[in-house]
Design a protein. Structure first.
Length: 295
């Protein structure tokens, strides 16, 4: 597969890589979007979103530390550290505020971003993800086993094996080309076993159950009703416990709606952001009118 050379920034001595798309005239951008991907995945997973969102927003898809074109590290870290990395990338790029869209581990990171960097956050989109901790609804033992390291297994073969079990069976059967694309992505700068274990360890410690009430950003929760890795009850919990959150459930969809229902996903996310933008405009206009009336 051909992968264009990414951009990168140096954060605390480590290179963090990213791809960017934006309108031809930067003045036309409605704002910024940060895309955060899942466990063992790369920024390339957002191939069906980056250019679409980039037509309206300055859109950044980044590789976490230990992943893709970003530097591998030696020390352990937490999901909160990944959120801090994301905030640092935005700072390096001069982005003062952003919408954040995160899937799976990306959702964990987005939740930490919302809690640790609320001043940088406009809107939050949580996809196939969970609050973790004591309320997390676990997948079956068979699905949990997919997370175990597979030393000696070729990266593309492992990806096909894993994704064919966490995506909806009907989608997998009808779209073998998508499995091949996922395999090609997995082969590109494949993650080392040590890096995967550091990321997995961070993922397993995720717990924001007692902090959800502090999230004030408008939030959209998206889940597939057949998600076997992060069962849909986890999305219900998020939507119920984040004040004012909207909830969309795609029927017949597994863990990867950004691929399985890409067009619907893109439409729904952009509509959510547009509705929020309109609300802000209405509030601003109302404030101006009130100020004019008293002047």
């Amino acid at each position: 597969m051909h992968v264009k050379e990414p951009s990168s920034v140096l954060i605390a001595g480590h290179k963090l890589a990213y791809d960017e798309a934006r309108p031809a005239d930067p003045a036309d951008a409605k704002g910024a979007i940060l895309l955060l991907t899942g466990l063992g995945s790369k920024r390339l997973a957002w191939a069906r979103q980056l250019e679409v969102f980039g037509r309206q927003y300055r859109t950044i898809a980044m590789d976490y530390r230990d992943t893709g074109d970003s530097d591998e590290v030696a020390e352990p870290y937490t999901v909160a550290d990944l959120a801090d990395d994301a905030a640092a990338v935005l700072g390096a790029l001069g982005i003062a505020r952003t919408h954040v869209v995160g899937i799976s581990l990306g959702g964990f990171t987005a939740l930490q971003f919302a809690l640790r960097h609320a001043n940088l956050l406009d809107r939050l989109v949580l996809v196939s993800t969970s609050a973790g901790g004591r309320t997390h609804v676990q997948p079956s033992a068979e699905i949990v086993a997919l997370l175990a390291p597979s030393p000696g297994v070729e990266a593309g073969a492992r990806a096909i094996y894993t994704y064919s079990r966490i995506m909806a069976n009907d989608f997998v059967a009808a779209h073998p080309e998508e499995l091949e694309r996922i395999a090609d992505t997995a082969r590109y700068r494949s993650q080392s076993s040590a890096a995967y274990m550091r990321q997995l360890t961070a993922t397993l410690a995720h717990d924001v159950v007692d902090s959800l009430r502090y999230i004030t950003a408008p939030t959209l929760v998206i889940h597939g009703d057949l998600d076997p890795l992060v069962p849909p009850a986890n999305g219900v919990y998020l939507a119920t416990h984040i004040t004012g959150a909207r909830h969309i459930v795609y029927p017949g969809v597994g863990h990867i709606p950004i691929v399985e229902r890409a067009d619907d996903f893109n439409r729904d996310v952009l509509a959510f952001l547009a509705a929020a933008d309109q609300t802000d405009t209405q509030r601003s206009s109302a404030g101006d009118a009130a100020r004019n009336a008293t002047s």
